[in-house]
Each structure stands twice: as structure tokens, then as C-alpha cells.
Write a protein that binds this ligand. Sequence first.
Ligand code: NAP
Length: 204
Amino acid sequence: MKIAIIGSGNVGGALAQGWLRAGHQVVIGAKFPLSEKNQHLATLIGKDKFMGLKEAVQTSEVVLIATPPTAIFDVIAEMGELAGKVIIDATNAVRQKPLPYDTVYHALVDKTPAQVVKCFNTTGFENMLNPTYGELKIDLFMAGDSEEAKKVALQLALDAGFGACMDFGKGDKVVLQEQFALSWINLAIMQGHGRNMAFKVVWR
Ligand SMILES: NC(=O)c1ccc[n+]([C@@H]2O[C@H](COP(=O)([O-])OP(=O)(O)OC[C@H]3O[C@@H](n4cnc5c(N)ncnc54)[C@H](OP(=O)(O)O)[C@@H]3O)[C@@H](O)[C@H]2O)c1
């Protein structure tokens, strides 16, 4: 797939590496493509992957949003035409909402014609770099109203090395999925269990 990553920090950088390893065409869209902050990632994935935000989005089928939640209005204004594109929202607005919306997902659904899904938000970026724990591959979760966007998110989760991407429900479950992310943050950081922990769903 042709993927544009908006936000090349912890999350965007980790997923760029995983998706490139899986053979996807990944570009990073940024206001300042080869800024000081992007130099390390550029040495890992190549300077040629960095370009302006609009160019990255317009040359891609799928867009990952991995910015602070409140940046979404700037990002929407800069992305250009979005009809026919899938947008994956990896942000968590648990501390800072993109008002008047509860989440970036809701802002994207209201303000763009894209197919939107919330995914890649429920675990730490270290787990996105390496989703393998011994024999186990950890799981992701996805929520939203677009079945088309969910198919893409599922494939990209598997391609990044996750074991599964469980359907958390439709758009009315997006806030719950962000609360689920907060549960990981609570356990890993506030309760001190460390960031090298992850969720895996088991059945019998
Ligand atoms: N960290 C995690 O483990 C984790 C896990 C799951 C979900 N999340 C969520 O993922 C999102 C990103 O987290 P992160 O840790 O990757 O953050 P980060 O390392 O701070 O990276 C944020 C990126 O967003 C870019 N950005 C900021 N404002 C922008 C704008 N107006 N237009 C375009 N790009 C902009 C930044 O560019 P500059 O550096 O140039 O400012 C930077 O590349 C957050 O919403 C977070 O809640 C994080």
C-alpha cells in the first residue's frame, strides 16, 4: 500500500519502519520534512521518504495520523482532497481533546470525506517497533464506522507484526478504545509496570 505518515515522532517513526520492512511504500509528510528532529529517522529509513504534508497525502492511499490531537485542524487544512482515502487515527485525546470534538476520529469524520478508523493507539510505540513477546504476537484494536478502513487497518496491523487486530466496535466505541489506551498507560506508567507490557486476547 502507499502510506503517508503525518507525525514522525515515536509512533509514526516506529510504524514507518515496520511497514517499510513489510514492503509498503511509506512517505513521511511534515511541515519541515528534514528538520533536526527528523534526522535520526531519516538515517533509518532514508531522506527520500520525507516530503511536504500535502504531497505525501496526495501520493498515498492510506494516511496515518500520529500527531498531538490538537494539531488535527492544521493537518486537515493542509492535507488537500481526501475523498477515497483511508485515514487511520492513532492519536489519544485522553488528556487534550481537539475541541469541540471528543477525539481526532470524530473531527476527521465530521470534517473530511475520508474513510476513518481508530487504530494503533492502544499500546506504546516500543510495542509498535517490536510486537513480539517470545512466541506471542500481541494484539491491537480498531473502532469506527468504515468497514473499508477497518480492512486496511487489520492488514497493516498484521504487516507490522501484530497477532490480531480485534474489532472494538463502531464509531460509538472510539472513546472507549481511547479509554482502553489510557488503561495501558495507567498500568505501564502510573502503576509502574513498565512500557514493555502489552495486551493479548485469549479464548477457550
Ligand atoms: N508514544 C506512544 O507510545 C503512543 C502510543 C499510542 C498512541 N500515541 C498517540 O500518538 C500521537 C503521537 O504520539 P508520539 O509519541 O509519536 O508523539 P511525538 O513523538 O511527540 O511526535 C508527534 C509528531 O507530530 C508532529 N506534529 C506536531 N504538530 C504537527 C502539525 N501541526 N502538523 C504536522 N505534524 C505535527 C511532530 O512534528 P515536530 O516534531 O516537527 O513538532 C512530531 O513529528 C499522540 O496523539 C499520542 O497520544 C502515542
